[in-house]
Design a protein around this ligand. Structure first.
Ligand code: MV4
Length: 659
């Protein structure tokens, strides 16, 4: 077996490959760009090599840098992961010429599958079904139109040089064919500098079902069953599952054997995926073959119990396939959700920033998180903004779905906008539960999957106010004069006052301690609503009983910005006025600093007329900010300090005349 493998990738797939290599006792080499100097995959590897600037074109996509890193560290083999150079024939060729094992298919196989039309010609020779259509070189209008008339409308015009959904045009009737063809050719020439078109029968509700295949260098080939990847947005997979709902054993065997024939037709070796369009009548048609390990391979691992990276390492090292077809089986059901730093409310534009707060769901035999980031990491704008893949398994689809819904609720991220709420709406939708899958799922269910989540704002405000009070008390754990009870409240009840912003709206919360000993019972007024609440803090969670309804929330903090993760939704709140009811507040002549501190902010000017509860200034002491408020209407007659001044305990801060 290899002694040392270099992983020519980053992020979650690099971490994932390193995990298996380590388990097999193989030394690992990570490569990293400027932006990834402190990345998780670098920390996990046994050694690492800096390969260049952050831009992928200057680092992860430079074949020579990868090869030189492998030579420099004495790596026996290179694992390319997915994306980047994973299907780049030049890297595979450079490995061969430098006597480094490329953990992937032979160069010829990569090249054979690189051209979609060449791939289709190969498939037709080994009885792999293609969508009925015309793929010829003769591009005369009459030839193409007769083909379309013969197969029947609707048909799909596809640019041979296109791919990934680009260069496709539907034609719904004969009389629009000529104008559609002219338009499609013109667009194809503009986009791909090539206007060769093919015509196919248009499948109006296809599913994307793909087969995991594996071949070794000894002529053996197996399929590890299928994955349904129909939940896509703009040709990007969002959710994958295995097995494909509703697929019969006979269909599975027919599709699997066709996929193995496709692989063996090009003398394939290693992990590969054969993608099919799966029609409503059970027919399936070859789309393309990917000569790499796919992002979604974990769902296959969860239902077969096989480690596909281990298979890759063994097969690349010349071993036979670890299992025969008869020894392979699948159990239960698995889903994968791709957690992304992107904003579904802003056309899914990638978001970057710092993962201020990152809490993964607890992992188990049924819940797996493949990730390349940790709390505090930056989501870089240089690369695909994937945060993690959440993979769950259940004995059947329903149990797996319930587990995915629960795990997503426990995936808590603050600091970047994510697609988690969007994923939850898909998994919670009726159409998904009923497995009404096809490649148009998101469009067909857009009203449900894009609707804004109902939030209970009052409940979130209550939970956050209680969190602020209890977490500060927990922090203080001392006879801190700000919290010693009534010393500075002149026999007033323990009132805490907060002002929060939610978007553009301002919300006032007043919390009254009802019994100072247990510290657990409060009367909370949010805007105009008042209720009695008992609450306690457990780690980062606040557990409360509000009107005899139990609530739990996790709070993430970044400066004065908070994200409240409740069981139903996630609410972002900004604390515009810290707790100004739980600190010094007195009538005239009472505005003395209770202890040494710093004037952080003056909120009023000399001569200001103020009302009871108005905040006057903010003091910082013992790393806590406290706001001095007027407890009655009156006028600030003099201010004795400026912002930034140090004050000593007992200093008079300002003079006040009650009206
Ligand atoms: C099709 C099709 C319907 N009928 N071909 C999209 C990109 C490429 N993978 C092939 N694609 C399609 N080809 C025929 N004859 C529908 C699609 C398609 C699609 C396929 C798989 C996954 C997602 C898709 C999204 C839109 C359209």
């Amino acid at each position: 077996m290899f002694k040392k493998v270099l992983i020519a990738n980053r992020g979650e797939i690099a971490c994932r490959v390193i995990k298996t290599a380590k388990a097999m006792g193989i030394q690992t080499v990570a490569v990293f760009s400027d932006a990834d100097r402190d990345a998780l995959h670098v920390k996990m590897a046994d050694e690492s090599v800096h390969i260049g600037a952050s831009a992928a074109q200057e680092s992860y996509l430079v074949v020579d840098k990868i090869i030189n890193a492998a030579i420099k560290t004495g790596a026996d083999a290179i694992h390319p992961g997915y994306g980047f150079l994973s299907e780049n024939a030049t890297l595979a060729e450079q490995c061969v010429s430098n006597n480094i094992v490329f953990i992937g298919p032979p160069v010829a196989a990569i090249k054979a599958m690189g051209s979609k039309s060449a791939a289709k010609n190969i498939m037709s020779k080994v009885d792999v079904p293609l969508v009925p259509g015309y793929h010829g070189d003769n591009q005369d209008l009459q030839v193409l139109k007769s083909a379309a008339d013969e197969m029947g409308y609707p048909v799909l015009l596809k640019a041979v040089a296109g791919g990934g959904g680009k260069g496709m045009r539907q034609v719904w009737s004969a009389d629009e064919f000529e104008s559609a063809l002219k338009q499609a050719k013109s667009e194809s020439m503009a986009s791909f500098a090539d206007d060769v078109m093919l015509v196919e029968k248009y499948l109006t509700q296809p599913r994307h079902v793909e087969i995991q295949v594996f071949c070794d260098a000894h002529g053996n080939g197996v399929y590890l069953f299928e994955r349904d990847c129909s939940i896509q947005r703009r040709h990007q997979k969002v959710i994958e599952e295995a097995p494909a709902p509703g697929m019969s054993d006979e269909q599975r065997q027919a599709m699997g054997e066709a996929a193995v024939r496709a692989a063996q037709a090009i003398d394939y070796e290693g992990a590969g995926t054969v993608e099919f369009l799966f029609d409503t009548d059970g027919s399936f048609y070859f789309m393309e073959m990917n000569t790499r390990l796919q992002v979604e391979h974990p769902v296959t691992e969860m239902i077969t119990g096989e480690d596909l990276v281990e298979w890759q390492l063994r097969v690349a090292n010349g071993e036979s396939l670890p299992k025969t077809q008869q020894q392979l089986s699948h159990t239960g059901h698995a889903f994968e959700a791709r957690i992304y730093a992107e904003d579904p409310d802003n056309d899914f534009l990638p978001t970057s920033g710092t993962l201020e707060f990152l809490q993964n769901p607890p992992e188990s035999n049924n819940v797996r998180v493949d990730t390349g980031v940790q709390q505090g990491d930056e989501i870089s704008p240089y690369y695909d903004p994937m945060i993690a893949k959440l993979i769950v398994w259940g004995e059947d689809r329903s149990q797996a779905l319930t587990r995915m819904q629960a795990a997503l609720q426990e995936f808590r991220i603050f600091g970047v906008t994510t697609n988690i709420a969007f994923l939850q709406k898909i998994f919670n939708s009726q159409a998904f539960a009923q497995a009404k899958l096809d490649t148009g799922f998101i469009e067909k269910n857009k009203d449900e999957v894009f609707k804004s989540t109902e939030i209970n704002l009052d409940s979130s405000l209550t939970m956050l106010a209680l969190y602020c009070i209890l977490s500060r008390r927990q922090e203080a754990k001392s006879d801190n004069p700000w919290h010693s009870g009534n010393a500075f409240r002149m026999n007033q009840p323990n009132h805490h006052r907060f002002q929060f912003e939610h978007g553009e709206s301002i919300h006032h919360v007043v919390v009254e301690d009802l019994d100072k000993d247990s510290n657990n019972n409060f009367r909370v007024s949010v805007n105009e609503t008042t209720c009695n609440v008992s609450a306690q803090l457990k780690n980062d969670s606040i557990i409360a009983e509000i009107n005899r309804h139990s609530e739990k929330a996790v709070v993430a903090v970044s400066n004065s910005n908070f994200r409240v993760f409740t069981e139903d939704a996630t609410v972002d709140l900004n604390l515009s006025l810290p707790d100004y009811g739980d600190s010094v507040s007195g009538g005239a002549g009472d505005f003395c600093a209770p202890m040494n501190g710093t004037v952080v902010e003056l909120l009023v000017e000399k001569g200001a007329s103020v009302s009871a509860g108005d905040a006057l200034l903010v003091l910082e002491a013992m790393k806590m900010q406290n706001t001095i408020v007027a407890s009655e209407d009156g006028t600030v007659t003099e201010i004795f300090f400026s912002s930034g001044d140090l004050v000593s305990g007992g200093d008079e801060l300002l003079s006040f005349e009650a009206s």
